[in-house]
Design a protein around this ligand. Structure first.
Ligand SMILES: *[C@@H]1O[C@H](CO)[C@@H](O)[C@H](O)[C@H]1NC(C)=O
Ligand SMILES: *[C@@H]1O[C@H](CO)[C@@H](O)[C@H](O)[C@H]1NC(C)=O
Ligand SMILES: *[C@@H]1O[C@H](CO)[C@@H](O)[C@H](O)[C@H]1NC(C)=O
Length: 775
């Protein structure tokens, strides 16, 4: 009885209840306990696909991994559960043939057949040598070669000696670690000097019943070449196996690892491990990713950045055609396309390519038919995490799609459907068929009202800038003005973006469901709006993106009078955390509270403690010695005297990208000046909070902080103080920030009146652009 009453009162507190029913809140625990499907993995030929789905149980604190078999050609079929275990029992899953699946359980590989007549019983296949940490396992059926990344000691690259080397290191008698070069640690791991990562191979034997045996002979194919990866395992998109060769992308040994992003693509015959590899790249480019042999083994595709030292340069698709064992020819397929593709997938006939690319806040799949021709987008909803062609005619595809309101689900796209090919208004068809519904029952409609809306406005230098907006739970058309607090999100990178895609670290719909109006701007530096927009942040960390954030903030207040300008708050991690500290020194927004996660206090201190030194070298246009002025110009440390906004400070102790001293310094500066603040520290988390229980605490503290400063109940005397309205036009930035350093701030002040763009006009423009690409 009492419970029912409490629930009724809580419901009454939600505005707009009278009209439509308000869905129950989708809480952080609901998000953490929701199924987490991975992208679907299509079998060779596409008859079957696999789905890995993880789910955390709050009570036992165990994450269970379930493997499902999909039958993509049967639209009525439900995913068939195969087995469940701990995540470490199926750490990697791969297809060995069109109907045989292998998975890594600890350091052993198990396999089973999914053929209808088989028992689907799992059978042990091989044990990797102890301690080598196999990962990125892939298989070429014709040569029966299983290739993988693994750890060895440089003095003798035999896989059999890794465990002994590890033991000798552990027994060295003290705990000293001695380094002669950089990358002493990377991301969240200290490098062990002398221990590196290489690529290994082993050949499987196929039995009469279609299953496999192993002779347990493992070859380090880079032994004697001088090539290896110093601090990290070699990623799955850094190497690929064909029936005759292995192609791999590694940093050439003469480059300093912390200041260069350049990788070279090398080619080695499978039957000559340790031979001198042929270098396929010219040695003047930047980073390489997405190395992928065509199914017929005659071509290799990869993604190439032009500039060494710039990790967010535009990726261009390069296809190299092999010429026997000699250097063949490389052709650049997307030289004139102003997008940065990722995730190369070959068509089954080896003729064309599929890639993913960010486009205006979404990740879309594109088809590349021929070199030079503009790619065709082939699906528009949400964000695609993987595309797999599943027929020879390039008309059937498996898409793994997520959105701001849904975790990944798998869809079938049939391009022949409805006979709309050639009709740009109808092609591609929006009729994708949902094949899975892992999370629907768990979410149970609670996120239905929270789809993202695009808000376009004019930012600095007349650039069109986009924000995602999500209206809060209980919002209705008739709401009284200034009813809702605002949560304003600033993404990291800074070369990144808020996309229409699911996240368990920054789940925007969660905040809308908790009652906040959500605005997430993609300011200068963001990806998905053309390379120039991304590049323009270099040398401008504190002005251009900041000006866009200011413009987006007031555009939102103007468009949505339901937002209470006196109850606004901003949150950001990494570069977003840097920006939170910067905003605390320049709070023209009038934010009432801030949330900082793993950010920057001092750009100069960070320069010498971060690991990827190429990053500040690029973004601040020179080293700290060469261009100290730019670092000082944008250092939040130089403005701590102006800090007055309450701030929550959060930090992971294993974050070596932006080390904990930045957060401790931030908290110290707040506390010494009497600015209300709180420090949340996780000794066992890196740049991201990944452990579900820690994430639960993280969300609890963040929502508690927002509630304390701007939440429900903080809506004092709105009517009485109606004159205290913040008007975009009334902001005089110079008087708010005497002595502010902007050279070109006039752009912003002049532009304030024109913040709100005609969104309809923008949408029409986008559609026209889209149609012209399709044509
Ligand atoms: C698998 O491939 C073999 C030939 O390699 C073929 O005979 C068989 O029909 C294929 N099976 C399926 C299920 O695709
Ligand atoms: C993983 O291997 C362990 C033995 O090391 C075994 O008990 C367990 O059943 C295996 N799990 C799966 C899913 O193969
Ligand atoms: C705005 O916030 C201040 C505290 O920061 C409070 O004193 C004032 O009453 C608020 N005004 C309105 C209109 O809510």
């Amino acid at each position: 009885m009492l419970l029912a009453l409490v629930a009724a009162l809580a419901a009454l507190a939600v505005p707009g209840l009278a009209g439509s029913p308000v869905p129950e809140q989708f809480t952080p625990v609901d998000m953490l306990t929701a199924p987490r499907p991975h992208a679907a993995l299509a079998a060779p030929g596409g008859k079957y696909a696999l789905n890995v789905v993880d789910q955390w149980d709050e009570e036992t604190d165990v994450t269970t991994r379930t493997l499902y078999l999909l039958h993509p050609h049967d639209r009525k079929a439900h995913p068939e559960p195969l087995f469940s275990g701990r995540t470490s029992e199926a750490a990697e899953v791969l297809w060995l043939s069109n109907q045989t699946v292998a998975y890594l359980n600890g350091s052993s590989l198990y396999h089973f057949s999914v053929a209808p007549e088989s028992s689907k019983r799992v059978i042990h296949l091989l044990d990797f040598p102890e301690s080598i940490e196999p990962s990125a396992i892939q298989y070429d059926a014709e040569s029966r070669t299983l290739a993988f990344s693994a750890a060895v000691w440089t003095e003798n690259g035999d896989f059999g000696l890794t465990a002994a080397g590890d033991q000798a290191y552990a027994d060295r008698g003290d705990t000293g670690q001695v380094y002669d070069d950089l990358f002493v640690r990377h991301w969240d791991t200290w490098r062990i000097p002398g221990r590196v990562y290489t690529i290994g191979t082993t050949v499987l034997r196929q039995r009469a019943d279609g299953l496999f045996d192993s002779a347990h002979v493992f070859t380090n194919i880079l032994e004697g070449t001088g090539l290896y990866s110093q601090a990290d395992a070699i990623g799955a998109d850094q190497f690929s196996v064909s029936p005759t060769h292995i192609a791999f992308a590694l940093k050439p040994p003469h480059l300093q690892v912390a200041t260069h992003t350049r990788l070279e693509v090398y080619l080695q015959p499978l039957d000559q491990p340790g031979s001198r590899p042929i270098q396929l790249t010219p040695g003047s480019q930047g980073a390489i990713s997405g190395v992928q042999f065509s199914p017929d083994g005659k071509k290799i595709a990869w993604l190439e950045m032009a500039q060494d030292g710039y990790e967010s340069d535009r990726r261009v698709v390069v296809v190299h055609t092999l010429s026997g064992g000699k250097l063949g020819q490389s052709v650049r397929w997307t030289q004139d396309w102003d997008r940065s593709p990722s995730d190369i997938t070959w068509s089954l006939n080896s003729e064309s390519l599929y890639v993913l690319a960010e486009y205006n806040g979404r990740v879309r799949p594109y088809h590349l038919s021929t070199p030079g021709r503009l790619p065709t987008p082939i699906a528009f909803r949400g964000s695609t995490l993987a595309i797999a062609p599943i027929d020879d005619q390039d008309s059937l595809f498996l898409l793994s799609i997520s959105s701001l309101t849904s975790p990944i689900e798998v869809y079938l796209l049939d391009l022949d459907e409805g006979d709309v090919r050639g009709d740009p208004d109808k092609f591609p068809p929006e009729a994708v068929h949902r094949l899975t519904d892992y999370s629907g029952p768990h979410i149970n409609g609670r996120l239905d009202p929270f789809h993202g809306e695009e808000l376009w406005f004019t930012g600095v230098d007349d650039r069109k800038v986009m924000a995602w907006v999500i209206k809060p739970r209980g919002w209705t058309e008739e709401d009284a003005a200034k009813s809702y607090p605002l949560a304003f999100f600033i993404h990291g990178g800074p070369q990144g973006a808020w996309d229409d895609q699911w996240s368990t670290r920054w789940n925007l719909a969660l905040y809308a469901s908790a009652g906040y109006f959500v605005v997430a701007v993609n300011p200068t530096g963001s990806t998905g709006y053309g390379q120039e927009f991304t590049d323009r942040i270099a040398g401008h960390w504190g002005d251009r993106p900041y000006q866009d954030l200011v413009a987006g903030y007031f555009a939102a207040l103007d468009k949505y009078p339901e937002i209470d300008p006196n109850r606004t708050t901003a949150l950001g991690a990494s570069y977003g955390g840097y920006m939170i500290n910067w905003i605390n020194g320049h709070n023209v927004f009038g934010f009432k509270a801030l949330v900082y996660h793993d950010g920057i206090l001092s750009t100069t201190d960070t320069y010498y403690s971060t690991e990827e030194v190429w990053f500040p070298n690029h973004d601040f246009e020179g080293t700290l010695i060469e261009n100290r002025a730019n670092y000082e110009k944008w250092s939040p440390l130089n403005h701590v005297a102006e800090w007055a906004t309450p701030q929550l400070v959060i930090q992971g102790g294993q974050d070596f990208r932006l080390a904990e001293s930045q957060a401790i310094g931030t908290f110290t500066a707040l506390q010494l000046q009497g600015v209300p603040s709180r420090f949340l520290y996780f000794h066992d988390e890196n740049h991201w909070v990944l452990k579900p229980k820690n994430s639960r605490r993280w969300h609890h503290e963040v929502l508690r902080w927002l509630d304390e400063w701007v939440g429900a109940g903080k809506r004092h005397g709105i009517e009485a103080e109606a004159e205290v309205e913040v008007e975009a036009e009334a902001i005089d930035i110079d008087s708010l920030n005497p002595g502010l350093f902007y050279d070109d701030f006039s752009d912003l002040v002049d532009g304030v009146g024109a913040f709100v763009e005609d969104v309809t006009a923008n949408v029409i423009e986008e559609i026209e652009e889209m149609v012209s690409i399709v044509l």
